[in-house]
Design a protein around this ligand. Structure first.
Ligand code: FES
Length: 394
């Protein structure tokens, strides 16, 4: 799991002035809006005795711990300790980590890391969320699998004929056209034309009745570290799915998705749209949950790659860069599940940016793995398939 990225952790419509616990990277966070609508995200860990702030309430712009009533402002500083008499100063160490938070494209995004603003990878632009011709439908799905395995599956253009033959995959046409992947520094997208299977249900009423059906132009893409886009150009309109694969821990992933369509925009069809998306996830999940190793290997040669795996390889190249940057959370030496005697947190920017607070942090920073050496940036999968050139990270 990677720190120092923006994570879409919740639908914006669901964040209110009632504190909400969200879990990402094995960390509990409390998300809320103050009375004037200001968004805030703090570590959900009161510095006094470690009670969850998400069990408290929002009052006068602060979140109030439910145990002894300490009040924290949106920057994480404790501003009131009710048990103290008037005039008793609040210790400098009475503070929790406060994370940068933004509302954009239907999601609330939290920057989980300590990079200064100028060095942060930007929040992805989810263009169809800004297009009023498209109607959004919201949903979520819980996977018992690693988020990287799920992300690669979401961008995998060769599995639909086998896993989704009951929906959009065509088992008679498994060949994948040449992939022309558009790769940016921290994202990749590809468009392919696929042979559609015969339509079923209500969709068949909207489709051409001719026997020869045109190919379907589909888009697949991802933004680091965990957002996927899928787009399908149907004969009667366009369907786009954005989903954020939230790593609750290394083997549990909560997917929050928004499906947008510019056809059949009556709310009466929302349930059908959501149900179809969930059906696709259900078709995938028993396969993805069966994959071993559970976690995506660091070394490319430990799995075999072919040309049609281009999107997964693009992801692994970008991940390799993040690993060499020292952004990988060390879950081996700092296990995130099970009882502990020392709570750890993702460091927030204030730990770096405010020198006078250098010694003001009670909660320890979670450890990171420094992984360097050669990576896959200069290798491509050869025609026909073989292992890639040695790419072991050590
Ligand atoms: Fe939060 Fe005591 S544990 S105020």
């Amino acid at each position: 799991m990677l720190k120092n990225f923006w994570y879409a952790v919740e639908f914006a419509k669901d964040v209110t002035s009632t504190p909400r616990k969200v879990t990402c990277l094995g960390q509990d966070l409390v998300l809320y809006r103050t009375e004037d609508g200001t968004l805030a995200c703090l570590s959900d860990l009161c510095v006094h005795r470690g009670a969850a702030l998400s069990g408290g309430e929002v009052k006068n712009g602060c979140v109030v711990c439910p145990y002894h009533g300490w009040e924290y402002s949106t920057d994480g500083a404790c501003v009131k300790i009710p048990a103290n008499h008037d005039g008793v100063p609040i210790p400098k160490k009475a503070r929790v980590d406060s994370y940068p938070v933004e509302e954009r494209h239907g999601f609330v995004w939290v920057f989980l890391g300590d990079l200064p603003e100028a060095e942060r990878v930007p929040i992805p632009y989810l263009e169809y969320m800004e297009n009023p011709d498209f109607r959004p439908v919201y949903g979520e799905y819980l996977w018992h699998a690693n988020y990287e395995r799920i992300l690669e599956n979401g961008c995998d253009v060769s599995h639909p004929p086998f896993v989704h033959s009951g929906s959009f995959g065509n088992p008679d046409k498994p060949e994948v056209p040449e992939l022309h992947i558009e790769e940016q520094e921290w994202s990749a997208h590809v468009e392919v034309e696929l042979e559609p299977p015969s339509p079923k249900g209500i969709w068949s009423m909207l489709s051409s009745r001719k026997k020869e059906r045109p190919k379907v132009r589909t888009e697949s893409g991802f933004w680091m570290p965990n957002v996927i886009k899928l787009g399908v150009n149907l004969p009667f309109g366009k369907l786009v799915i954005y989903d954020t694969n939230i790593p609750i821990d290394e083997t549990t992933t909560l997917v929050k998705f928004i499906v947008l369509r510019n056809f059949f925009k009556s709310p009466a069809f929302d349930k059908n749209t959501r149900d179809r998306t969930l059906k696709i996830f259900r078709e995938d999940d028993h396969i993805v949950e069966s994959m071993r190793p559970e976690l995506l290997p660091y070394d490319l040669p430990s799995e075999l790659h072919v040309k049609s795996d281009g999107m997964a390889l693009a992801y692994r190249r970008m991940r390799a860069r993040a690993l060499t940057n020292g952004w990988a959370i060390d879950t081996h030496n700092f296990p995130i599940n099970g009882p502990k005697r020392q709570a750890t947190v993702i460091p927030s920017p204030a730990r770096r940016e405010v020198p006078e607070l250098a010694n003001a942090w009670v909660m320890k920073e979670i450890g990171v793995q420094i992984l360097g050496g050669r990576n896959a940036e200069s290798t491509d999968p050869p025609e026909g398939g073989t292992t890639l050139d040695s790419a072991e990270m050590n």
